[in-house]
Every structure is written in structure tokens, then in C-alpha cells.
Ligand binder design. Structure first.
Ligand SMILES: [Zn+2]
Ligand SMILES: [Zn+2]
Length: 381
């Protein structure tokens, strides 16, 4: 498993470009004697099938494959050989864990109640269409039809050896907006001559915060952030337009609908009150990740047997990060887990140039997925 992981880590590839990574996964599956097929239109996904004569439920184990545009600053002996690209979100670990689970399960085929599918999915970090959607459209959940899907993500906030689980909203929906505020270009000393795009944009930035605090139930998490604001060239010129970009995070589908409507209304209202015009682009990203109760409980029971009750940590608050594993859960039940990789001292966070999860997590992650698959097949019906 260390060798697999080092090979993935050393040669990271960005979203949608996971060509060498796909070759390595295919090679590993060949060595394990597991047949694999490419899947997804124009993407680099793979589905492996660990078959068994038993006709029990089909469980799919999913790993994501892509890396990030980050200059690696770890001291790992197998650090990235590709300048400016790094496995800083642990997807190298995720792939290795699915391969490790396949190895375990192929050695214990008699424990399997049905086939196990191995989903290697590209482009998780891409954020809008992502890799899960083309995998699903390419039929990764069909032939044989998948009954349950299980995934996990490394979590540096959780100590090594702990597994985080939760029922209900677990991660957020992430939607994108771009607001182009139009005013009148002119001398900054004569603002009376037309709408001021800078002033209107500023009021919009502050006005949007009332969405998070006043539109929805305070117990329902919402984030509205403007992450970029561009306009103007110097102090005494009023620009014609200012462009704002931001993200809306929600965990409930109803709240997601509500926030989009409220944002459009609020932005138009503020701009109109100042005589400015505004163009709104609102794009849906990944849906919220919601863990269904029954499948999650079946997995947790299996993991308690495997690792002991103290290894399991119930996660009470959803993370407002997004993850396109949510797309599979929209189609079939299953669960998404967090794999503790926190070490001594303060572990570097995900997406940081020094992120280096503890390698001991590889075996734990593989055993977690294998136990989850067997548990779901046993608990079924
Ligand atoms: Zn990430
Ligand atoms: Zn990730």
C-alpha cells in the first residue's frame, strides 16, 4: 500500500487529467486479478469489479483521483515530482485505501455476500460538474446495479485511528455566483452624474450577509462569502463596472433554493435602490452530502466490531466544504466517512503545501472500506 501511495503522490495530476494515475490504478487492479473498465464520457474514471457467485447486495467503494495546483513543501521522500501540482487533499490515500480494501476482500472472497465495485473517480476538486456526474452518466452504478456506495475522506482534524461518521447533512452544497455591477464611468469629483458601481458593489457585499443571518432558520448552517472584488484603476476615476464573485454554502436542499432566490432578489433590490444595474450568474455546484440513517448505522455497527466502539466518533456538525460523493448518495443509499489522519502536533490542513497524513492511516482506511462493504451486505434485508 505504501508503494501504491508513493507512486500516486509522486506524480500528481490535476482534475480531468488523471491519465498516468489511471494507468497506475489499472496496473494495480491487474496485479490483484480484478477486471476493470474505463467509464465516463471523456473522463479518466475506472470501475473495477470484484465478483462473487453470491447474488447479495452490490456495494461500491469510491476513491477520487485528482490533485491540486499547489507547490508541495513537505519533506516526504516521495514528494511531488511535478512542480506546482500536489496531492494536498489526500486523494492519493483514498485510491490506495480502495485498492487495499480490494486486496483484503479478494483474499476473503468467502466473506462477500455479493459483488463489490471499485469506483475510481476523477475531477473531484473541479467544483461544478465534477467527476462523479460523468461516472454516473457512464453507468458506474449499473451492470451490476449498485445497492450501496461508501466513500471516505482523510481528516487531519481527527486523530489517527478514529473514524468520523454522521447521519443527515454531512457536507455542504457549494454554489457559485458572479455579480457584474454596472454604473457610470466618470470623474470621482462628480458622483452626482450617475450610479456609482463601487458604492453599489460595497452595499451588495454587506447586504448579502443579511441573507445568512435573516433569511433562514439560525440552526440551519449557511455561509455566503464574497471572495473576490474587482473594479477601478485609480483614486479619482469611478469605474463603469465592478465584478464580485462568491460562494453560497448550504446543507439542506430547501435552504439552497431559498438562498438562491433571496440572493437574486436582494442583489437586484440594492442595485436598483442606487440606480445601478447588475448582471447575475448563479451556478449550482455539488449538492449537499446527506448520509442516510439506515445504511450509515449498518456501516457503523460493522466498524464497531472491527475497530471497537472507541474508534468511532459521531460528527455532530456538518462541514461546509463540498464533495461530489453527494451525487452518488442522490442515487443510492450508503455513507461517507472521515478517516482520522491527525498526528502529533498541529496537523497541516487539507489543501496546504505541507499536508502529510500519517501513513498508518492507509491500512485503517482499507480495513474501514472492506468492513463497511461486508457489513452492508450482511445487514441487508
Ligand atoms: Zn480537496
Ligand atoms: Zn478531497
Amino acid at each position: 500500500m505504501r508503494a501504491w501511495r508513493a507512486a500516486f503522490h509522486q506524480e500528481p495530476e490535476l482534475s480531468g487529467q488523471e491519465v498516468r494515475t489511471r494507468e497506475k490504478v489499472l496496473q494495480a487492479l491487474r496485479e490483484l486479478g480484478i477486471p476493470a473498465t474505463p467509464v465516463g464520457n471523456g473522463v479518466t474514471g475506472i470501475v473495477g469489479l470484484l465478483d462473487t457467485p453470491r447474488a447479495g447486495p452490490v456495494v461500491a467503494l469510491r476513491a477520487d483521483m485528482d490533485a491540486l495546483p499547489i507547490v508541495e513543501r513537505t519533506e516526504l521522500p516521495f514528494r511531488s515530482k511535478r512542480p506546482g501540482v500536489m496531492h494536498a487533499c489526500g486523494h492519493d490515500v483514498h485510491m490506495t485505501c480502495v485498492l487495499g480494501a480490494a486486496l483484503l476482500l479478494s483474499r476473503h472472497r468467502r466473506a462477500l455476500g455479493g459483488p463489490v465495485k471499485l469506483l475510481f473517480q476523477p475531477a473531484e476538486e473541479e467544483g461544478s460538474r465534477g467527476g462523479a456526474l460523468p461516472m454516473i452518466e457512464g453507468g458506474c452504478l449499473e451492470r451490476p446495479k449498485v445497492d450501496y456506495v461508501v466513500g471516505q475522506h482523510v481528516d487531519p482534524g481527527l486523530p489517527l485511528g478514529k473514524l468520523g461518521w454522521g447521519i443527515g447533512p454531512f457536507m455542504a452544497a457549494a454554489d457559485f455566483f458572479r455579480l457584474t455591477v454596472k454604473g457610470r464611468a466618470g470623474h470621482a469629483s462628480t458622483p452626482q452624474q450617475g450610479p456609482d458601481a463601487v458604492l453599489a458593489a460595497s452595499e451588495i457585499v454587506t447586504g448579502l450577509q443579511a441573507l445568512a443571518s435573516r433569511v433562514r432558520d439560525p440552526c440551519d448552517p449557511v455561509v455566503v462569502s464574497v471572495g473576490s472584488i474587482h473594479g477601478g484603476t485609480r483614486d479619482n476615476i469611478l469605474p463603469e463596472e465592478v465584478v464580485l464573485e462568491g460562494t453560497v454554502r448550504t446543507v439542506r436542499p430547501e435552504t439552497r433554493e431559498l438562498l438562491e432566490r433571496a440572493l437574486r432578489r436582494r442583489v437586484r433590490g440594492i442595485a436598483a435602490s442606487l440606480g445601478a444595474r447588475v448582471g447575475i450568474v448563479y451556478r449550482r455546484g455539488y449538492p449537499p452530502l446527506v448520509n442516510p440513517p439506515e445504511a450509515t448505522r449498518a456501516v457503523v455497527r460493522a466498524l464497531e466490531v472491527e475497530f471497537g466502539r472507541s474508534a468511532l466518533v459521531e460528527v455532530e456538525q456538518p462541514l461546509l466544504g463540498a464533495e461530489d460523493f453527494s451525487r452518488y448518495l442522490e442515487k443510492v443509499p450508503g455513507t461517507f466517512l472521515r478517516l482520522g489522519v491527525g498526528g502529533r502536533g498541529a496537523p497541516a490542513s487539507l489543501h496546504s503545501p505541507t499536508f502529510a497524513p500519517d501513513e498508518a492511516a492507509l491500512v485503517i482506511g482499507a480495513a474501514t472500506l472492506a468492513a463497511a462493504a461486508v457489513g452492508l451486505q450482511r445487514g441487508h434485508g
